[in-house]
Design a protein around this ligand. Structure first.
Ligand code: G3H
Ligand code: 13P
Ligand code: ZN
Length: 343
């Protein structure tokens, strides 16, 4: 099956009331872990690459790894998505690399560090939508800003500052009407990275009610939750048991994500949990078998541990069992869909 556009998968998810995990990838083992989990649970797949991932893999390695994943899994529908495109140029280059979906994150400036203006965001997102839809590629936009990650993509907002950058439902309506995005990432109090909350989040810091309000106003827009790792205690404990230093932290509880899925969330971004899973497995091998130096002896267990984490998410979000049911519409077919919508 060729790669399919995000829109096709999320439309199916909306019709059938499930969410889809979007996992970040940077190397072969991560792609293999996701595909093995998808085979085991019969799940459609969203694989996404950040700008950092594209630089790390020099684009070409990533593209060929994805082609291998398609070749080896002909029955699994897969989306290849640009995560946090910082400019129209980044999104356009992703389209050239055969990505079937792009995120234009105009919520921050091009350097990815400072919250931008509404006008800038709407203008760059519209620009990407026009060009992406002309070739049937899907577009995710973002309104509001997340916390966390000073060094990677993100403004490094503290939990207090995050409250000032939550998505405004009025603005969300206007943004979707002005830009025509297929999916909208919303800021509801989460952060990228492991350090999201200093205690299990309650409704005052994780605003699930905001999702419900936005979904009420935009019932036909697919909502996206970023920063949705759950940061499992067991992974923190394993890393620390084998010499790591993760300060006690809390992620987004799975039951809150499931609540979001009942209210229009269709794409759930998860990266940190898989990073933690691989690190836990590698630390354990290094600690228990210090004589080992064959990378397969630690990357293999890392891949298995990540696969288990992916399987858990695929099952919890409800995408399991749907692989064979997603329509296999190509980007080319979506060109006509968007043209008809404009009329
Ligand atoms: O949005 C953040 C993702 O976890 C990707 O992180 O930019 O370090 O690859 P990265
Ligand atoms: P986490 O850091 O919570 O895994 O979020 C990942 C993400 O939002 C990627 O865009
Ligand atoms: Zn994100």
């Amino acid at each position: 099956m060729p790669l399919i556009p995000l829109r096709v998968l999320l439309d199916h998810a909306a019709e059938n009331g499930y969410g889809v995990a979007a996992f970040n990838v940077n190397n072969m083992e991560q792609i293999q872990a996701i595909m093995a989990a998808a085979r085991k649970t019969d799940s459609p797949v969203i694989v996404q690459a950040s700008r950092g991932a594209r630089k790390y893999t020099n684009d070409a390695y990533l593209r060929h790894l994805m082609l291998a994943a398609v070749e080896l899994n002909p029955k699994l529908p897969m989306v290849m998505h640009q995560d946090h495109g910082n400019s129209p140029e980044t999104c356009f280059s992703a389209i050239e690399q055969n990505f079937t979906s792009v995120m234009m994150d105009g919520s921050l400036d091009e350097a990815g560090k400072t919250p931008s203006t509404y006008e800038y965001n709407a203008q760059v997102t519209r620009q990407v939508v026009d060009r992406a839809h002309a070739v049937g590629v899907s577009v995710e936009g973002e309104l509001g800003a997340l916390g966390g990650l000073e060094d990677g993509h993100g403004a490094g907002l503290t939990q207090e500052e995050v409250k000032l950058h939550l998505t405004d439902p009025d603005q969300a309506e206007k943004f979707v009407a002005q830009t025509g995005v297929d999916a909208l990432a919303v800021a509801i109090g989460t952060s990228h990275g492991a350090y999201k909350f200093s205690h299990k989040p309650t409704g005052d810091i994780l605003k699930m009610d905001l999702i419900e309000e936005i979904h009420r106003r935009l019932p036909d827009t697919h909502l996206v939750m970023h920063g949705s790792s759950s940061v499992p205690q067991e992974l923190q404990d394993t890393i620390n048991k084998y010499g790591g230093k993760i300060k006690q932290t809390y992620g987004v509880p799975i039951e809150q994500i499931q609540r979001g899925i009942r209210h229009g969330v269709r794409k759930v971004n998860v990266d940190t949990d898989n990073r933690l899973a691989m690190t836990a497995a590698i630390r354990q091998v290094f600690s228990e078998s210090p004589e080992e130096f064959d990378p397969r002896k630690y990357l293999g267990p890392a891949r298995e541990r990540m696969q288990a984490e992916c399987e858990r998410r695929m099952t919890a979000f409800g995408q399991a069992g749907h692989a064979g049911k997603v329509p296999t519409r190509s980007c080319k077919e979506m060109v006509t869909f968007y043209k008809n919508r404009k009329k």
